[in-house]
Design a protein. Structure first.
Length: 402
């Protein structure tokens, strides 16, 4: 039998609060013909009696994968919420299967149902699935005038989200509470983030947010104001950071090594550039490493990986980067190690402030090429009753592609 002739043994069915009555004819037929049906407890609670064997999917989710794969000889149906491939379980299942092993029959997603209830254009909304992720990940999207649709865990998470909006200065935000969309228990209510929330919010719940307030929104351009970061002075300052990020040129899905991360500011802005970006930050000071982690969590990019230790030793066994920034720990040994290990095409940016470090970068630029810049910044400061320019230490920056 050819691959084209082989029938998929697994059918992934999008399951909504309306249960079997909301399914398409194709989805009902798959259920009728199944030998085995998997689903979460709340999905199975509204599944009528079937001829197939019915099993509850275990928690955590990953524990069910080997159990599912062991059933390849049977016709299996997996019930998942709404659209399996939009913040659903579809991708988690598909990565373990060849493309001819499965088919998906989606139902309307919660985002689709929420937008239709609120009268919002879905393409103009930011959609976030945070039912199993930290709520701080919403932080970069909290911008005045924006509309967000957010999947969250339960009623307690709604209250936690309201508290965060108030802490960030967006207590005027309207929160639309969308419970059990598409089912008999559907309920849509609204409240201000700084007002009283209902105490009987039922799961599953999504929240529509019409963001309003005077809090500090995170700018979308490189070079966040320094006040967004806790630091002890070991930070790449705003203007220099903007130029450094421009030189690093983050692209979607790329990985950065941030060596001598300090407050984590460069790595954090790299992650803010695109939600699929990755960053590994290296820092020898445990106190600074902890501060970098805290800053990442506060700004909604908690997946920053902070490694404590001294370079170049701690670089071993780390996944290869697309770009490297050296903000601290610069040495001839470090540059030699990087030049030997980094794959061709890796972008490297190094900043130096001391004469010794400047000399080192000048020597490496002379032998390896790239661009050497001297960056000097001044700001207006009082001189008696008048003002004059007060300069900061000049920075020498080496930009090169391996």
């Amino acid at each position: 039998m050819t691959d084209a002739e082989r029938a998929p043994w697994l059918t992934i069915i999008g399951w909504g609060e309306s249960g079997i009555s909301g399914l398409s004819a194709a989805s009902r037929r798959a259920l009728d013909e199944a030998d085995l049906i998997y689903g979460a407890r709340r999905h199975l609670s509204v599944l009528p009696a079937m001829n197939a064997e019915v099993r509850e999917w275990p928690v955590p989710f990953a524990e069910g994968i080997p159990l599912l794969l062991a059933e390849r000889s049977r016709r299996v149906v997996m019930l998942v919420s709404g659209d399996p491939f939009w913040f659903g379980a579809g991708a988690s299942l598909a990565r373990h299967l060849s493309r001819d092993e499965w088919e998906a029959l989606p139902s309307p997603s919660t985002f689709c149902l929420a937008a239709s209830r609120l009268g919002w254009s879905l393409e103009d909304c930011t959609c976030l699935g945070l039912h199993a992720k930290p709520l701080n990940r919403i932080r970069p999207s909290v911008q005045p005038g924006r509309r967000l649709l957010v999947l969250i865990r339960d009623g307690d998470a709604v209250a936690e989200l309201a508290n965060k909006l108030n802490q960030w200065g967006f207590g005027d935000t309207t929160m639309h509470l969308l419970e059990s969309l598409g089912g008999e228990r559907e309920r849509v209510r609204s409240a201000a983030a700084d007002g009283e929330l209902p105490l009987d919010i039922a799961h599953p719940v999504a929240v529509g947010l019409a963001i309003c307030g005077t809090g500090a929104a995170i700018p979308s351009t490189p070079g966040l104001p320094d006040h967004f970061f806790e630091h002890d002075g070991q930070i790449t300052k705003q203007s220099l950071r903007a130029m450094t990020l421009s030189a690093l040129a983050p692209k979607a899905g790329e990985r950065l090594w941030d060596i001598g991360t300090g407050s984590g500011s460069v790595a954090i802005e790299w992650l803010l550039a695109h939600p699929q970006n990755q960053a590994v930050a290296f820092e020898r000071s445990p106190e600074r490493a902890a501060r970098a982690r805290h800053n990442a969590e506060a700004l909604g990019v908690d997946w920053l990986n902070v490694i404590e230790g001294t370079v170049p030793a701690v670089l071993s066994d780390q996944p290869q980067p697309d770009a490297v920034f050296i903000g601290g720990g610069l040495s001839d040994n470090l540059l030699a190690t990087l030049w030997e290990r980094l794959p061709s095409g890796t972008r490297l940016v190094a900043n130096a402030v001391t004469l010794e470090s400047e000399t080192l970068l000048a020597q490496w630029q002379a032998s390896r090429g790239g661009e050497l810049l001297r960056l000097e910044l001044s700001h207006a400061a009082p001189i008696g009753t008048r003002r004059g320019w007060k300069g900061s230490y000049p920075i020498v920056q080496w930009r090169v592609t391996r």
